[in-house]
Write a protein that binds this ligand. Structure first.
Ligand code: COS
Length: 383
């Protein structure tokens, strides 16, 4: 659903201009320095990019899902690293509070997440609990008006920058499954919470992940999301449904950029006396990329409209995340292939983007987890 097409188009045009004039020219600098420049961060805050999805009454832009995916597709025409710093505030770092938080939790945290004053982060994965997220072992033991958290989280996006974490921890110590998990809002400066050194990753330089360790971290019971124990895994899954659809949009944006780079190169580069775009074997790679990109874009928009209508989209979000993240992998591979030897060189953006997009098939649920979610939902609906 697009609420007001005229003002939404102005927003999209503004973001597209920002992408082309401000972000793309700074991509190499971000990769070289492994940091997003402070002036760019400030501009992003000023444009409201940290609060796209946070409801208007808490200071955000309150975008619908259709609006959100269109913004992500546009923003990700630039390196996906720029999206990533605001991505947790718009997605997994705020949505637990938006979807299941109490009114007091929303009022306290959402306005500062929306403005970008606080950076949010989502701590689910652990050294021993990745795809099997329900088996997590971080514990939260009730002690008077507090819970005491112990355990470790791994590969947590934006942990080095984060001010506030949504942490999934086990409150029912007797249960080993998803039903014993609760979700908490934990502030960075709480004694006993420490963040490890940033991980050294294959790509996405400028976006950081790290371990987060909890050593007798005392969290006020008021920070139990929704004030209810035992529903934290469901909160996490609801957050991930929405986030997966957004990653499909991120994949579509990145694929469009890769195809643009490949097409430009194919038109400029001459071999055998003509631009390589004239060769049918190159044309086949361009055409397959365009067709798959169009399919991913269409399904992502369709699923977003379905969510805006109030319907559940667990199956659709998994389909979109699976197809679009695999699609961008193929498009990236062809973009490098079309560039030939140049595609292996760091001076060409496709070399970096090829590494960056590899993440999309892994995070927020691997492709295999999306397959499992799709199949389970199919079988359940038939039964
Ligand atoms: N929305 C709401 N509730 C959901 C849900 C969803 N999308 N998915 C599952 N649930 C509920 C189930 O209904 C079930 O509730 P009941 O016990 O009341 O029936 C509960 O959550 C447990 O669900 P399930 O039995 O399906 O859990 P599993 O342990 O089998 O795990 C998968 C399900 C594998 C899908 C889940 O662990 C997963 O998504 N893993 C990947 C984790 C991930 O994406 N990590 C990325 C890191 S975070 S950036």
């Amino acid at each position: 659903m697009i609420r007001d097409p005229e003002s939404f188009n102005i927003l999209l045009d503004t973001i597209e201009r920002f992408v082309r004039e401000r972000l793309i020219p700074r991509e190499a600098e971000v990769a070289d320095t492994d940091a997003i420049p402070a002036d760019i961060l400030q501009e992003m805050r000023g444009m409201g990019l940290f609060g796209l999805t946070i409801p208007e009454q808490y200071g955000g832009l309150g975008l619908t899902m259709e609006e959100e995916v269109l913004v992500s597709m546009t923003l990700c025409l630039a390196s996906p690293v720029f999206r990533s710093i605001a991505g947790t505030n718009n997605g997994i770092g705020s949505q637990g509070i938006v979807i299941d938080g109490t009114e007091a939790q929303k009022k306290h945290y959402l306005p500062r997440l929306a403005s970008g004053e606080l950076i949010g982060s989502f701590a689910l994965t652990e050294p021993g609990a990745g795809s099997d997220a329900g088996s997590l072992t971080t514990t939260a033991r009730r002690d008077g008006d507090h819970y005491v958290l112990n355990g470790a989280k791994r590969y947590i996006t934006n942990a080095p920058e984060a001010d506030v974490f949504t942490v999934m921890a086990r409150t029912d110590l007797k249960s080993k499954g998803a039903g014993g998990v609760s979700a908490f809002i934990v502030e960075r400066d709480t004694p006993g919470l420490s963040v490890g050194k940033p991980d050294r990753k294959m790509g996405q330089r400028g976006s950081h992940t790290a371990d987060v360790v909890f050593d007798n971290v005392r969290v006020a019971a008021a920070n139990l999301i929704g004030g209810k124990e035992g529903v934290g895994f469901k909160t996490a899954m609801k957050v991930l449904d929405k986030a997966r659809l957004n990653i499909a949009a991120v994949s579509v944006g990145a694929a469009q950029r890769l195809l643009d780079e490949a097409l430009n190169y194919a038109l400029e580069r001459r071999q055998f006396g003509q631009p390589i775009a004239e060769f049918q074997l190159v044309q086949a790679m361009l055409a397959d990329s365009q067709a798959e990109l169009y399919a991913a874009r269409s399904m992502t928009l369709e699923a977003a409209r379905k969510r805006d209508s109030g319907a559940g989209i667990t199956l659709e979000a998994a389909c979109c995340k699976l197809f679009a993240s695999e699609m961008v992998g193929r498009v990236a591979d062809r973009a490098v292939q079309i560039h030939g030897g140049a595609g292996y060189m760091q001076e060409y953006a496709v070399e970096r983007l090829y590494r960056d997009v590899r993440l999309f098939r892994l995070f927020e649920g691997t492709s295999q987890i999306q397959q499992l979610v799709i199949a389970r939902n199919l079988i359940r609906s038939r039964r």
